[in-house]
Design a protein around this ligand. Structure first.
Ligand code: FMN
Length: 301
């Protein structure tokens, strides 16, 4: 089998599959289980400065082409999660996702978690259904620059910036600002702001009204973002959005992603998805005569 090892800045992964943020929460045994089942790395749900309950139910609804969710960034707060990390003795390739309002908030959390076994950070600058801590941050290139710079001052661990599905020119401007501030990679993309209405009730279904659309509907948009980013930046790109099999994953690699995340697909597939996708990619590489994964990254350009 062709080796699928991949290097994202100085983060070495045994394969390019990554569990997306928000799917297995903060439950370390569950995150570890996804890793043991074959994921190259796993990402926690987004962690904030203080504990946050999130929105009332309903928080997730199925639509034809995926799911629309508005969980509301529920989390235990960074100090509680740090305690859990220290008590959990086992190490694995865990990336922690972080949200905050400004550079001070991000810096505080990254600085504290830098002392734990966490391998890397993903800055969530892209949640489409929260105020002050959501996608408006990811649309502001000056703020993105300040946040990344502040985090890089307190940690040498790799730092990835997760962007919303922005229009082309803004997407590039923000990604370049992150790169200039020495981000180690860009994750593209988070969910897209969406609305679901129950026609009988005549009302929106989610308690927050708006949510984020994930799943297959997202794939062509996410691919467009990865493709455009590849032509503009020279730090690694991590693709995310609607990946549920090897063919989807290959499309992201060909567009320019070095690794990719899997989220919603776990609602209808089991944890063998990580190994299955690796198997499909290896077969493709062998069949086409490529020696390593890197040979196909960006090949669609
Ligand atoms: C229920 C749910 C919760 C999520 N929570 C987070 C989160 O806390 N932080 C984050 O950055 N993304 C979150 N996401 C977005 C995913 O990480 C991912 O970017 C998105 O779902 C697109 O990938 P997919 O189509 O493979 O699901 C969440 C997605 C879902 C479905």
């Amino acid at each position: 089998m062709v080796s699928l090892k991949v290097k994202l800045a100085n983060l070495k992964l045994r394969n390019p599959t990554i569990l997306a943020s928000g799917i297995f929460g903060f439950t370390l045994p569950l995150l570890k289980r996804a890793y043991d089942e074959g994921a190259g790395a796993v990402i926690s749900k987004s962690l904030g400065l203080t504990a946050r309950e999130g929105y009332k139910n309903p928080t997730i609804v199925k639509v034809d082409c995926g799911y629309v969710n508005a969980i509301g960034l529920s989390n235990p707060g960074y100090e509680e999660f740090y305690r859990e990390l220290v008590e959990f003795k086992e190490e694995f390739d865990l990336i922690v996702s972080i949200f905050a309002e400004d550079e001070e908030g991000f810096k505080t959390i990254v600085g504290k978690l830098d002392k734990s076994m966490v391998r890397a950070f993903e800055l969530n600058l892209s949640c489409p259904h929260v105020e002050k801590v959501g996608s408006e941050i990811g649309e502001d290139k000056e703020l993105v620059y300040k946040i990344v710079k502040a985090c890089k001052r307190v940690s040498k661990k790799p730092l990835f910036v997760k962007l919303p599905p922005l229009p082309s020119s803004l997407l590039i401007e923000v990604a370049l600002a992150a790169q200039e501030a020495e981000a180690d990679g860009i994750t593209a993309i988070n969910t897209i702001k969406a609305l679901v209405i129950d026609s009988e009730l005549g009302k929106p279904i989610l308690s927050n009204k708006f949510g984020g659309l994930s799943g297959p509907a997202l794939k062509p948009i996410a691919l467009r973002c990865v493709y455009e980013l590849y032509e503009a930046i020279n730090i690694p790109i991590i693709g995310c959005g609607g990946i549920s099999n090897g063919k989807d994953a290959l499309e992201f690699l060909l567009a320019g992603a070095k690794a990719f995340q899997i989220g919603t697909a776990l609602a209808f597939k089991d944890l063998s998805i990580f190994k299955d996708i690796c198997f499909e990619i290896s077969n493709y590489l062998e069949r086409k005569g490529f020696k390593e994964l890197e040979d196909i990254v960006g090949r669609a350009h």
